[in-house]
Ligand binder design. Structure first.
Ligand code: ZN
Length: 334
C-alpha cells in the first residue's frame, strides 16, 4: 500500500528525520532541509545564505529542542545555493563537520571564483546556441545578483560514491546521482527504505538538468539530461518506500514518478525532432518554438532543456550539430 505524503512525513519523523522548510528568495519557494536526530546530530542541507533563512532554521531547530550550536554534522546534497548558502555560518557556529561528495569538494570550497566561471561558461553557451547577446548579459547579471545567497563550503568529510555514513541508529549510503547538477548525491537508508534525494527527484516539478561545468574544472559541456536519465534509471531500481525531496512533499511511488518523467522526456525529444525535421534550428530557435517568450526570460533554463533533448537525438544518430563557427544549429541526419 502506498503511503500518503503526510503518512510518509510521519513515518520519517518516527525514524528521527524531520523536514525543516526554509525560505528562499527563488521562484521554487521553500527548500526542504532535514534534521536527523541521531548521533551525530545532523542537518541535511542548510537553506540559502540570508538572515531570514537563518532565523527560520534556528526557530525550526528550536521547536525540536535543538539549536544550530548542537549540530555535529552537515551533509550537502548538491552545489545549488538554495541548499547550501548557510553552510559556512552553521559550520562555524557549531563546529560541525561538513560532508559532501568528494568530487565536488574543490568546487564547493571555491564558490566565488567558481560562480564567476560558471556564469562565463553559461554566457558562452548561450551565444553559441543563438541567444542574443543582450539576453545572455542580462541573465549573467541576474545570476550575479543572486550570488550573495550562496557561500563557500569547506568539506571536512569528502564522501565516495557508495560510501556508508554510520550513525548511532542508522547507516546512510551516499550515492552519486548527477544530472540536475553534477554533484547531486542521494542518501539511502536501506533498512528503513528511506531515500533522502534532494533535487534528484521532486514530486511537483521536473528537476531541470541544468547545463553546468563538469566538476573536474574543465570547460567541456557534459550531456546533463543523458546523465540525469542514467541516474533516474538507477534510482528506479531501488526498493524505496519514501523519497524525501529538496522541495515539496515526499514521494511514495518513485517508480511511477520516474516512468512518468522518462515518458515526458521521450515526448519532448520527439517534438524537438519534428521541429528540427521541418528546418535546421539553433537551440534558441527551438526553445522559442516550444515556449515562446519564456525562452527569453528563462533563456538558460529552456536552452538546457532543448540541448539535453537534442543530445539524446544526436546520440541516437538522428540529429547532428552543424557549426558555422558562430552559432550551432541542429539538423537531421536522414
Ligand atoms: Zn538544486
Amino acid at each position: 500500500m502506498t503511503l500518503t505524503p503526510e503518512q510518509a512525513l510521519e513515518q520519517a519523523a518516527l525514524a528521527g528525520i524531520h523536514r525543516l522548510r526554509i525560505p528562499t528568495p527563488f521562484a521554487v519557494g521553500r527548500v526542504n532541509c532535514y534534521l536527523l536526530e541521531d548521533r551525530p546530530l545532523t542537518l541535511v542541507d542548510t537553506g540559502p545564505n540570508s538572515g531570514k533563512a537563518l532565523d527560520e532554521l534556528q526557530s525550526q531547530l528550536g521547536e525540536r529542542g535543538h539549536s544550530i550550536d548542537d549540530l555535529e554534522l552537515v551533509i550537502i546534497t548538491h552545489q545549488h545555493i538554495d541548499h547550501l548558502g548557510l553552510v559556512e555560518i552553521v559550520a562555524e557556529h557549531s563546529g560541525a563537520e561538513v560532508a559532501a561528495i568528494g568530487v565536488a569538494a574543490q568546487r564547493l570550497a571555491n564558490f566565488s571564483e567558481d560562480a564567476e566561471l560558471e556564469d562565463r561558461f553559461a554566457v558562452e553557451l548561450m551565444l553559441r546556441n543563438g541567444i542574443p547577446e543582450e539576453v545572455a548579459r542580462a541573465l549573467q547579471s541576474v545570476s550575479r545578483s543572486f550570488r550573495g545567497w550562496g557561500s563557500r563550503a569547506m568539506v571536512t568529510r569528502p564522501l565516495k560514491d557508495g560510501q556508508a555514513l554510520v550513525f548511532g541508529d542508522r547507516t546512510l549510503t551516499a550515492l552519486h546521482r548527477p544530472g540536475h547538477s553534477p554533484s547531486d548525491t542521494v542518501f539511502w537508508d536501506e533498512e528503513r527504505r528511506i531515500l533522502i534525494a534532494a533535487d534528484h527527484l521532486i514530486a511537483h516539478i521536473s528537476s531541470n538538468p541544468l547545463i553546468t561545468r563538469p566538476l573536474d574544472g574543465s570547460e567541456r559541456r557534459v550531456q546533463a539530461l543523458v546523465t540525469y536519465i542514467e541516474s533516474m534509471r538507477k534510482t528506479r531500481e531501488m526498493p524505496a518506500e519514501i523519497v524525501l525531496s529538496g522541495h515539496g512533499e515526499p514521494i511514495t511511488d518513485h517508480v511511477a514518478l520516474i516512468d512518468d518523467r522518462l515518458a515526458q522526456h521521450e515526448r519532448r525529444k520527439e517534438k524537438i525532432y519534428r521541429l528540427i525535421a521541418e528546418r535546421s534550428r539553433s537551440g534558441y530557435e527551438l526553445a522559442q518554438a516550444l515556449w515562446g517568450n519564456v525562452a527569453v526570460t528563462q533563456a538558460f533554463l529552456t536552452l538546457s532543456e532543448v540541448i539535453g533533448h537534442a543530445d539524446l537525438l544526436v546520440n541516437e544518430g538522428r540529429v547532428r550539430e552543424a557549426d558555422d563557427g558562430t552559432v550551432i544549429r541542429y539538423e537531421t541526419t536522414g
